[in-house]
Design a protein around this ligand. Structure first.
Ligand SMILES: [Fe+2]
Ligand SMILES: [Fe+2]
Length: 481
């Protein structure tokens, strides 16, 4: 156990020069997690795409729109994760990672891919049944999965405040030059140039990383005129041995290098409203990951703000807490939906994986300049008053009040909402449970703020009655000593 007290910085260093690109480049690593890609996939795709852009004569505004589209291309990826996991009976992150290398225009490649991914621990019979189900799902099913992902991604990009060119590029991410892509089957120049660059850039990144430069050149040549715009393919093949391209693989600090690729004329310090939009937008990505938690982050933020307001905090402190609450489960993007959506009790191994998500949250946020001050509090939402929580297992004296408020809000939202293995509990029952856990799991001050927020006077009386009945129940069952 660490003896260090966690810190919370409500100012979040906004006073320093921090541009939107600093923040979005760092947040893009959360999207890499959801796609099962290593951290840096989106950033390197951005580096590749921005270099390709030099050969097609984009305007400054188009380059700026492209820059953000490349970093945010996977904003919608969490929205089909649950369905992918269900259909394949497998870890959605593995299925998605492997999908990036498949030529899904080829029937044979598709069959091999599906056979290798379905129900990895299942018996032959189970695999066959799933393959039949996926075959029935067919191209139309694939199209719908991609449609959901692209539309959701474009919508969140708009919520973040990016323009239609960025949103359109994300919508066109999986359209192919020969019209056999999805979701609309656009052909050739019907596909936005920015969308064409996104498509080829992410493929180059994956093949270059997995098979070296030769692998990237081969896939670009093979898919020229089918998947990709031939002009972009020629530009890549002609220039890819240039030292600038190699730097992407040897960068000491990839994110810092990538941020330099945003057109300098458009770099401005961001304001508080942008930080709120980013926190809100990424909470939508997290909440879309599982149908069981589709409003969880938003709910935890509302409850946290309610508690903090009831406790009389100043506005700036509440604003920072709200961002931490919106982003607290960001690390769940790195957890398979096989675990998140599991209808029964988790195995010890699954629970151990689940318990990594607050640490992942903290690690991602620590790298985001304007959110690094929130990182440790956001990552402390499963700690307990008595030190028996996770992932640090530290006690209340080491947890700032912000973390203790977030813990109470998280438990309250989670217990009142339905989960795959139980119905949502009535509010009063949850309050009774929290009241019983004061001084063991739960901070009494945060609990008191919760009661005040929901106009606890009346409810509190009812809770006392319920607490008495709980104690009587325990005694009558021999639990009372
Ligand atoms: Fe959590
Ligand atoms: Fe949570």
């Amino acid at each position: 156990m660490s003896a260090e007290t966690l810190q919370f910085e409500s100012e979040n260093r906004v006073a320093d020069f921090i541009s939107a690109s600093d923040i979005i480049a760092a947040m893009s690593t959360a999207l890499d997690l959801t796609e099962g890609q290593p951290a840096g996939h989106a950033a390197r795709s951005c580096g590749i795409g921005m270099r390709l852009a030099q050969f097609v004569g984009l305007s400054i505004d188009d380059k700026a729109a492209l820059f953000y589209a490349l970093l945010l291309k996977d904003l919608g990826c969490s929205s089909n994760a649950s369905k992918v996991s269900y259909l394949f009976g497998a870890d959605d992150r593995t299925v998605k990672r492997e999908f990036k290398t498949v030529n899904w225009q080829s029937l044979w490649s598709n069959v091999r891919y599906v056979a290798s991914q379905v129900s990895p621990e299942g018996r032959t019979w189970d695999k066959l049944l799933r393959m039949v189900a996926l075959a029935k799902h067919g191209q139309e099913g694939t199209k719908n999965l991609i449609k959901t992902r692209c539309e959701r991604g474009a919508t969140i990009a708009r919520h973040l405040g990016f323009n239609e060119r960025t949103a359109q590029a994300i919508l066109d991410l999986d359209e192919h030059w020969n019209g056999k892509g999805h979701p609309l089957g656009k052909r050739g120049e019907e596909i936005s140039m920015l969308g064409r660059i996104l498509n080829i850039s992410q493929t180059i990144e994956v093949f270059w990383r997995e098979s070296g430069l030769k692998g990237a050149i081969d896939v670009v040549k093979q898919r020229s005129g089918t998947w990709f715009d031939p002009a972009l393919c020629r530009a890549f093949v002609k220039n890819c041995r240039d030292a600038h391209w190699q730097q992407l693989w040897n960068a000491g600090d990839l994110l810092t290098d990538i941020v330099q690729l945003e057109p300098i004329q458009l770099r401005h310090p961001v304001g508080s409203d942008f930080l709120d939009r980013v926190a809100q937008g990424f909470s939508e990505v997290v909440d879309a990951k599982s149908p069981w938690t589709y409003k969880h982050s938003e709910g935890v933020a509302t409850i946290s703000v309610g508690i903090a307001t009831a406790l009389g905090w100043e506005r700036e402190r509440i604003v920072a807490l709200r961002r931490a609450a919106l982003l607290h489960d960001l690390g769940k993007l790195g957890i398979s939906n096989r675990i998140l959506d599991k209808p029964g009790k988790m195995t010890d191994e699954e629970f151990a994986i689940m318990k990594t998500h607050p640490r992942l949250t903290e690690e991602i946020l620590q790298k985001v300049p304007a959110f690094s001050g929130l990182a440790s509090v956001a990552g402390a939402h499963h700690e307990r008053w008595d030190g028996r929580g996770y992932f640090r297992g530290i006690e209340s004296s080491q947890l700032p009040l912000e973390a203790r408020v977030l813990m109470v809000a998280d438990i309250f939202e989670a217990l009142t909402a339905a989960r795959p293995y139980r119905d949502g509990m009535p509010q009063e029952k949850v309050l009774s449970i929290l009241a019983k856990d004061r001084g063991t799991a739960v901070c009494a001050e945060a609990y008191s703020g919760l009661l005040q927020w929901i106009d606890g006077r009346t409810i509190e009386n009812r809770i006392e009655v319920q607490l008495e009945s709980l104690e009587k129940f325990a005694c009558s069952n021999g639990v009372c000593t």
